[in-house]
Design a protein around this ligand. Structure first.
Ligand code: ADP
Ligand code: MG
Length: 714
């Protein structure tokens, strides 16, 4: 039994503040009746003798039997007393459905803190406040106050939402598309039970195969990550609709459930790291949930990446090619055998291909003979994972000839169940009631609209590829990140930015490949250090006021001899002293590196999600190109490898224009070491290695910046 099970399974419920009419007081009863709850129910209301036709109790203590679960449906000022009463009565699972807490004002914040303290003290499974609560169509019970549960079918999709308001639409629009639910949790302000706890529960829950999450923020990133990792192992896909990714959206999130939406890029990194399927709006969330709920059995047994598609029209065929390419759905060419089998039943002037354009329409009589042959030929193709039939699904009325085509499809599926059979409709319009009934009756994956439908198939394919890449990487041996050994004097007191020499010393000690660099206070020192490094050398000014050296002309490249070094020293001193308020502290002396592919490696801390590691292409142009990949620390070797494949310019690493391929292992190693460094040294705020020259022989960072946390910020 999972520690959260009492929230989802119980047979006695009390509602504190139950009424016959008000939204808050009557909502929990309606939710229970909507789900066909058959357990015991205790309305608590000192001002009523009866509620919902049942005897009301003046308080929880007066209930003569034990109570497993409760809803607090009273005004906020009375909520702490109600929660204490729950603890005294031995109630395990409690939701507080009203609003007016941390999202509203100081008094609300104080009340919420009090609720949190009571829940912690008594170890209560407390959901909310400011939420709809928990509903379980799978177990026919609820401590919930939202509408629409009467329409919800029991199914294998578990929902977590920071926004209760989306749930009625998820039910109303999802049900006709075949979306059925195991449980819903609207977790509101998450004072005790968080979305991460619920995710953790869903991964263990046998009734849940797919998780849909509508998130404003992840309050417990390490639990979330552990659960997401287990979800991959269990092949339970997670689909996230992240709210508050734009700067304006983030502010709205703050006022909504008092959550600070984290930096959008950090969340993107989190989701990519665990193969979490990201959608941008509610329609795509529904589409994805409905598809996955029916594809998950196949997903556990085989890849789902390559589609064979049957359309009726030439225009449809072209649109499928365009949308599939954009969505990342592969459309393999037919084998000679499949092409011959299909060609045999096609009119002579029509060419067998994938996607197939049969010509005519679904009413055409020759489709009777053609369609089963095509389905069979595609099922025989080892390179095809999904067979997509683009039907003309009516928006209303009966199915007409589509009923017959559907029967053919079902026969083909029964005979050859190994590929996934999907129906695609032309537009994202509403389906007819008869089609909806067919989806439910035959457990049929049906996606809507060329664009949205293929996007859903593309997301499914990306998830499948992630599972495969992860499985093959697990077999590969991981390079050891090595322990981080730092010199005791690495972080000078009172400063937050290390100079280039200090930064490189620290990073070298952490095992990162940085160019040997020394600090010269005089021209003479610079000349003798240059000789020791070996010519040609590079000189750069050291000054606390100069952060971006080349911006102010403080870098001298390709110095060939002592005279050039002495001259460069004087020039750099002149450059710095000419800057208002800048102090010249000497120069950094280092060998000139052999050029390679210019990378940027770095790390920084996200206030919500913790240390992030970055890999980018383009050196000085990284900001312009924006070609970067991010992951959260701790990084696995698989994560680091994925970062490299994710870069748009990844082919540069394979040796563009005749160059030998870059040593990817060295890059992976450096990323792992950056991850280890940020975890080991909490005083480091950020690291920036730009540029790093990558060649076939390894890596070398020629510039480094390290920022330390300001005092009291750690
Ligand atoms: P900043 O980023 O502060 O402007 P850098 O140290 O990155 O200064 O130097 C600017 C550019 O000079 C780098 O992008 C790189 O192209 C070149 N450069 C710097 N150090 C070296 C070096 N040791 N060898 C070769 N090129 C270098
Ligand atoms: Mg630089």
């Amino acid at each position: 039994m999972h520690r959260l099970t009492p929230l989802f399974q119980f047979s006695s419920v009390a509602v504190i503040g139950a009424t016959d009419s008000t939204r808050m007081g009557a909502g929990p009863w309606r939710a229970l009746s909507d789900l066909g709850y058959t357990g015991r129910f205790y309305p608590i209301n000192p001002r009523r003798a009866e509620v919902h036709g049942l005897p009301a109790y003046p308080d929880l203590a007066s209930v003569p039997e034990p109570v497993e679960a409760a809803v607090i449906a009273v005004a906020r000022a009375s909520a702490p007393a109600a929660l204490r009463a729950c603890a005294a009565k031995g109630v395990r699972a409690v939701t507080a459905i009203g609003g007016g807490y941390a999202e509203t004002d100081d008094e609300g914040r104080a009340l919420q803190a009090e609720l949190a303290a009571i829940a912690r003290e008594h170890d209560l499974l407390f959901v909310g406040p400011n939420c709809f609560g928990v509903a379980s169509p799978a177990n026919r019970c609820a401590i919930y106050a939202g509408p629409g549960l009467d329409q919800a079918h029991a199914g294998n999709v578990g929902v977590i939402s920071n926004s209760g308001g989306f749930l009625p639409e998820l039910i109303e629009y999802g049900t006709p598309k075949g979306l059925g639910f195991s449980h819903f949790v609207s977790c509101g302000n998450e004072t005790r039970v968080t979305a991460s706890d619920v995710l953790d529960y869903y991964i263990d829950d046998p009734a849940t195969d797919v998780v849909l999450a509508i998130l404003e923020s992840v309050r417990d990133p390490s639990l979330f990550r552990a659960a997401a990792e287990r979800a991959l192992a269990a092949r339970k896909p997670i689909v996230v609709l992240k709210l508050g990714v734009s700067p304006k959206g983030a502010r709205a999130a703050f006022t909504h459930t008092a959550a600070l939406a984290g930096d959008a890029a950090a969340y993107e990194a989190l989701f990519r790291q665990y193969g979490i399927i990201r959608v941008d709006d509610l329609d795509d969330l529904i589409e994805m949930g409905a598809l996955l709920s029916r594809a998950v059995g196949h997903l556990r047994a085989r890849p789902l990446e390559r589609a064979g598609v049957i359309d009726i029209s030439g225009g449809g065929k072209e649109l499928i090619c365009d949308r599939a390419a954009a969505a990342g759905v592969e459309l393999p060419e037919l084998s000679a055998a499949a092409a011959a089998a299909i060609q045999a039943v096609l009119p002579a002037e029509v060419h067998a291909s994938n996607p197939l354009d049969t010509t005519g329409n679904w009413q055409s009589p020759w489709i009777d003979a053609l369609y089963p042959v095509v389905l069979r030929a595609l099922a025989d193709e080892p390179g095809i994972d999904m067979i997509v039939s683009r039907f003309g699904v009516p928006t209303q009325g009966d199915l007409g000839v589509i009923r017959q085509r559907l029967d053919t499809l079902l026969e083909a599926r029964a005979a050859r169940p190994d590929p996934l059979y999907v129906v695609l409709s032309r537009t994202a319009n509403q389906f007819s009631a008869e089609w909806t009934a067919a989806i439910w009756e035959h457990d049929l994956p049906a996606v809507q609209g060329y664009g949205r439908g293929l996007r859903a198939l593309g997301r499914l394919a990306a998830y499948s590829r992630h599972l495969r890449a992860r499985a093959s990487a697990a077999a590969a041996t991981a390079p050891a990140a090595g322990a981080v050994q730092l010199p005791a004097d690495a972080a000078p007191a009172g400063r937050t930015l290390l100079n280039e020499v200090e930064a490189k010393d620290l990073l070298r000690a952490a095992g990162l490949p940085v160019m040997a660099t020394t600090w010269a206070r005089s021209a003479n020192e610079a000349v003798s250090q240059a000789a020791a490094h070996g010519y040609p050398v590079v000189l750069k000014a050291i000054s606390p006021q100069v952060v971006h050296k080349s911006d102010v002309g403080a870098v001298r490249l390709g110095l060939a001899d002592g005279a050039a070094v002495a001259r460069a020293f004087d020039e750099l001193r002149a450059v710095v002293t000419a800057l208002p308020g800048a102090e010249f502290q000497g120069v950094a002396v280092q060998p000139q590196a052999t050029p390679g592919v210019e990378l940027v490696l770095g790390a920084q801390r996200d206030p919500q999600l913790g240390p992030l590691v970055l890999c980018g292409l383009g050196g000085v142009f990284v900001e312009v190109l924006g070609d970067v990949a991010l992951r959260l620390a701790p990084l696995t070797p698989f994560d680091a490898q994925q970062m490299l494949t994710e870069l748009r310019g990844a082919t540069l690493l394979d040796g563009a224009r005749g160059a030998p391929p870059v040593d990817r292992g060295a890059v992976v190693n450096a990323l792992l070491r950056l991850s280890a460094l940020l975890l080991a040294v909490p005083t480091i705020a950020s690291v920036d290695l730009n540029p790093v020259f990558a060649t076939a022989d390894g890596l070398l960072a020629v510039d480094a910046r390290v920022a330390l946390q300001a005092e009291g910020q750690q």
